[in-house]
Design a protein around this ligand. Structure first.
Ligand SMILES: C[S@@+](CC[C@H](N)C(=O)[O-])C[C@H]1O[C@@H](n2cnc3c(N)ncnc32)[C@H](O)[C@@H]1O
Length: 193
């Protein structure tokens, strides 16, 4: 994992998007606690969180991870290939909004870490499309957005606007229960009732 972090900082624009040890370990622990059979990740980036999730999976459980930027594919793929947990990861390239409906699977756990402007679209797709069910968990990263969600939104700041709308939609949705875990940039932990 240290090598993956190093490569990310050497080769990729915006390397700070990587999950890193604290969040990676938390994801692994949650997976070990919930023991999901099928996990979905939106936003593979260079694969750090995917490998953290895969490490916690048991038996024949699998992770579908989706990344829209095809230039990142080879970095993540090369680290998945070298990992003893790589066989649990199915890598998909394309927008999650198009790939998830094509996969036609229902997930026990979803990690949302894609484009912040699309969080509400991911949520609606998952909840209304039948890609999660009662007992599934959705984890959404960066929901504090560096504290911007608690400040007046700057003109045309679509990222903050959508995260605020996402958090509102979740808390007002009678189909789910949730808690915001203020670790790092904040994770919204959502349970489908
Ligand atoms: C914050 S990074 C993900 C970090 C990664 N989960 C990790 O922990 O290392 C967000 C990623 O989501 C990707 N992304 C943006 N929109 C997407 C979409 N519609 N579908 C899939 N991936 C998307 C971006 O290209 C970027 O690589």
């Amino acid at each position: 994992m240290h090598l993956l972090e190093r490569e990310t900082y050497l080769r990729v624009i915006n390397p700070r998007m990587i999950s890193g040890h604290l969040q990676g370990k938390l994801l692994e622990m949650l997976v070990r606690m919930l023991r999901p059979k099928r996990v979905l990740e939106i936003g593979t980036f260079t694969g750090y969180s995917a490998l953290s999730i895969a490490r916690g999976l048991e038996g024949d459980a699998t992770l579908d991870t989706i990344e829209v930027d095809d230039e990142l594919e080879y970095i993540a793929a090369s680290f998945f290939a070298r990992s003893q947990y790589g066989h649990r990861i199915h890598q998909h390239i394309g927008s999650a909004l198009e790939v998830v409906p094509r996969l036609e699977r229902c997930y026990d756990m979803v990690f949302i870490d894609g484009d912040k402007r699309e969080y509400t679209a991911y949520y609606d797709m998952l909840m209304d499309g039948g890609y999660v069910r009662s007992g599934s968990f959705i984890l959404a990263d960066n929901i504090l957005w560096y504290g911007k969600v608690a400040q007046p939104i700057a003109h045309n700041d679509k990222h903050t606007e959508n995260i605020v709308e996402f958090n509102r939609r979740v808390v007002e949705d009678p189909r789910v229960d949730n808690v915001i875990v203020p670790i790092r940039d904040g994770i919204n932990l959502i349970r489908v009732l």
